[in-house]
Structure formats: structure tokens, C-alpha cells
Design a protein around this ligand. Structure first.
Ligand SMILES: [Zn+2]
Length: 317
């Protein structure tokens, strides 16, 4: 509203100035013509002012509309990020108390590399070499958006040994800054396969301000949402029990009539958490240890199972 009044006011003043200017320059007109001319000028002035105000209102309404849309997007993204972050955090804390699950075991051994603003550029350069040799990656976003402690965790999926790197997000232009930007540019490339758990684009708003993050590039690559593929594989592999009320024409979807203990979700629109996916499939707990560097490895493990069309029995062998 402030914008609206301001633009209208500005345009009205501009119009009045033009009228005054033209009135002053007509001093040499005869007296008889002057009264007629003054009336016409007043009508023009009022009409002109109204038109100016209308244009002002239209321009400011247009600007307001887009500002409001941006605010809505910001609010929506923040809300979703917060919900995601806290539900994962609660599940992580709760899951430590769950008994009967074994420690998570990745399918391949891995090497871990932590990167923050103090890391030597040589370490990042070595990762760039490794990333160039890799075609498949898994990406997870961690952190606390309120304290601005944000991390990107990436697994470089290689045949015999994966490399997990956790990059701490920062703004200072330290020697490693450009190397990280280069590393992310090599990884987030249309020629690579990038796996995620859920739609990560919804949760990236707070990463947008960090230069090396190449937020825009991430919007252009095809991300494979393993969570969606997992739901299809799990429901087909672990069908409803024969006495389950949800069996309708042998459709494997989740539903409110389901009484199966091996199917934790009772609505077709429910989404699997990564922790539940691993615990129901493998009887393993990804949060048993304090480190959460297992999330990438867990997504990769599930992707492999789906890709190789494992049976239920294979997952427990
Ligand atoms: Zn069922």
C-alpha cells in the first residue's frame, strides 16, 4: 500500500509540473482567450491527474503482486525446510532408543572427507579428480537453518569404494572457496546421475545465498528421487498379508484398512522416511551411531536394491 500511494503521488506531481509549465509559457495569449484556456487547463489537469493516479496504482499493484509472491515462496520454503529438519531430527533421536535393529551396513566400503572454510584446496582438488571419474552421486542436505549451520553431503559412488564428502556451507572467500565451486560444478552436471531422497529442490531456499552452491544449476539437472522408486519397489516386494483388509484387486497401495505390521504407512499419499525405509527393509538403524554420514550410503543402498530388483529374502540375507 505504501508503494501504491507513493507511485500515484509521484506521477500526479509530475503531471502537475507539466501543466504549470505549459500554463506559464502561454502568458502572451489575449485576455478573452485566457479564461477559456484556463478552464480547459483545469479540466486537463484534473483528468491528467486521475489518469496518472490510475497508472501509478496499476504499476504499484503489479510490483506488489510479485513482491507478495516472493514472500509467499520464501515463507513456504522456510516452513517446509523447518518441518523436514525437525521431523528428521526427532526421528534420529527417537530411533536411537529402538531396540532389535542392528547397525547400518553399507553395500561398499567408504572414505570420508570433511570440507570447511579452513580445508586445504589440495584436498578439494583431489575430490575434483575423483568426481570427474564418477558418474553417479547421492546428495543429502543437513543442518540447522536457524543457526545457519548448513552442510551438503555427497557420495561419489564408485565400484569398490565410495567417497563421502561433507561440505560445510560458508560465505568467506577463503583459498578453498573456488575449488568447492568447481567440485560442485563437476558433480551437478546434466551428464551425471544424481540421487536424492524426496524433492530436495523444495528445501534449498536457504542455500541460495551462498555463491559456491550453484543453486541455479541444480534446478537444471534431473534428480532421481529414490524415495518414490522405493515406495513402488517396497509395496510390490512386501505385499499385504492375505488377511489384510486393504487387499483390493491385488493393488499394492497403502490404505486405511491395512493391518499389516510390515507396512508402516496407512495412506497412499504417505511418504517414507529414510530411517523407516532402512529399518523395515534391512532391520538396520541408520542413526544408531551419532554420526549421520550414513544417509547418503543408505539412499545408495536402497537405489542398488531397486536397480537390481532384490527380493524380500535377499534384503535379509
Ligand atoms: Zn496390509
Amino acid at each position: 500500500m505504501i508503494n501504491q500511494s507513493f507511485y500515484s503521488y509521484l506521477l500526479s506531481i509530475l503531471h502537475l509540473l507539466l501543466i504549470i509549465h505549459s500554463t506559464c509559457s502561454n502568458d502572451e495569449l489575449t485576455t478573452s482567450l485566457k479564461s477559456e484556456s484556463t478552464r480547459t487547463h483545469w479540466i486537463n489537469m484534473i483528468f491528467g491527474s486521475l489518469v496518472s493516479m490510475l497508472i501509478g496504482i496499476l504499476i504499484s499493484s503489479y510490483i506488489n503482486h510479485y513482491q507478495l509472491r516472493d514472500i509467499k515462496i520464501t515463507f513456504q520454503s522456510s516452513k517446509e525446510e523447518l518441518l523436514n529438519m525437525y521431523s528428521r531430527d526427532i526421528e534420529s533421536r527417537k530411533s536411537k532408543e529402538v531396540k532389535g535393529l542392528s547397525n547400518f551396513i553399507p553395500l561398499t566400503p567408504y572414505k570420508y572427507v570433511h570440507i570447511d572454510e579452513t580445508t586445504s584446496p589440495i584436498i578439494a582438488e583431489d575430490l575434483i579428480i575423483q568426481a570427474k571419474r564418477t558418474k553417479k552421486f547421492t546428495i543429502v542436505f543437513h543442518g540447522d537453518i536457524l543457526s545457519k549451520e548448513l552442510f551438503i553431503e555427497i557420495e561419489l559412488i564408485q565400484k569398490f569404494q565410495s567417497i563421502i564428502t561433507r561440505i560445510e556451507i560458508f560465505k568467506n572467500s577463503t583459498p578453498v572457496y573456488d575449488r568447492i565451486k568447481q567440485l560442485l560444478s563437476v558433480i551437478i552436471d546434466a551428464s551425471n546421475t544424481i540421487q536424492t531422497w524426496g524433492d530436495i529442490n523444495k528445501n534449498l531456499f536457504h542455500y541460495k545465498d551462498y555463491g559456491f552452491f550453484i543453486y541455479d544449476k541444480l534446478q537444471t539437472v534431473r534428480l532421481i528421487d529414490i524415495r518414490q522408486d522405493f515406495k513402488l519397489w517396497y509395496n510390490a516386494t512386501f505385499s499385504h498379508s492375505t488377511n489384510c483388509g486393504q487387499i483390493i484387486d491385488f493393488i499394492d497401495i497403502d490404505g486405511p484398512l491395512c493391518s499389516c505390521s510390515h507396512r508402516p504407512y496407512k495412506s497412499s499419499t504417505d511418504t517414507w522416511s529414510l530411517w523407516k525405509a532402512i529399518s523395515y527393509t534391512f532391520d538396520e538403524n541408520i542413526y544408531k551411531t551419532n554420526s549421520n554420514i550414513h544417509e547418503c550410503l543408505a539412499i545408495t543402498k536402497i537405489s542398488k536394491v531397486i536397480e537390481e530388483k532384490w527380493t524380500g529374502k535377499q534384503t535379509l540375507d
